[in-house]
Design a protein around this ligand. Structure first.
Ligand SMILES: [Zn+2]
Ligand SMILES: [Zn+2]
Length: 219
């Protein structure tokens, strides 16, 4: 087993089941032992392909997560935890055979239930606002906290009320069309063997292309 075989297996399990890939299951599939899997997972975590919990369990392989972060994503065959707003909107673009999903959440401010049918062709309608707390250059400082705070609110008033109540500074707010463009191509290639990630210059170019500019998005 090389690390790339393991990475692809992790992604395949998340894609097909929506569930956390376990070291035992991965070892069995890749004909190796659990300790070798755990060591390889730590190397993949160093390269930001996966995020591990304190006990080395797989918490995220972006855009997938094994823990609730405020979103659920329902396809025709599979139900996933959605990661953050960005990750949830990415799933229909990434998962083969699931071109349209139901993304649901609650507004962090007023707890109103919110849901959109998200597909590949055009952004869903709605005046809801996606709000990100952590500037792009620092998103990986504590990526679970970053994703947990990339949420969708009813509108700008709910964002303002929430940041005031939580004693936070307002981050970056965008409409659903911008969120959809951000999510559309960001994770392209991740399910396939040979994926190597995106250099900071290419990432910054991608942000500009989808209309995200300024200090919050500089890398
Ligand atoms: Zn609200
Ligand atoms: Zn995320």
């Amino acid at each position: 087993m090389d690390d790339e075989d393991l990475r692809v297996a992790v992604y395949r399990r998340f894609t097909e089941t929506g569930l956390e890939p376990t070291a035992a299951g991965l070892a069995e599939e890749l004909l190796t032992d659990q300790e070798a899997v755990r060591q390889a997972l730590r190397r993949l975590a160093d390269q930001r392909h996966v995020v591990l919990g304190p006990d080395d369990r797989i918490v995220m392989a972006h855009p997938f997560t094994s823990v609730p972060m405020g979103f659920a994503v329902m396809g025709t065959r599979t139900l996933w935890w959605g990661g953050c707003a960005w990750d949830s909107f990415a799933l229909p673009h990434l998962v083969p055979g699931e071109p349209e999903v139901l993304v649901s959440t609650t507004c962090p401010n007023c707890r109103r239930p919110l849901a959109w049918t998200v597909g590949r062709d055009k952004p869903p309608p709605g005046r809801d606002v996606a709000h990100f707390m952590t500037p792009a250059a620092h998103m990986w400082d504590d990526v679970l906290r970053t994703c947990s705070n990339q949420r969708i609110f009813c509108d700008a008033e709910c964002v303002d009320a929430w940041v005031a109540r939580e004693g936070l500074e307002r981050g970056y707010a965008m409409d659903l069309a911008t969120l959809w463009r951000l999510a559309r191509g960001w994770y392209a290639g991740r399910l396939d063997p040979g994926y190597s990630g995106r250099e900071p210059a290419a990432a910054a170019g991608y942000f500009r292309e989808v209309g995200l500019e300024g200090p919050f998005w500089s890398l």
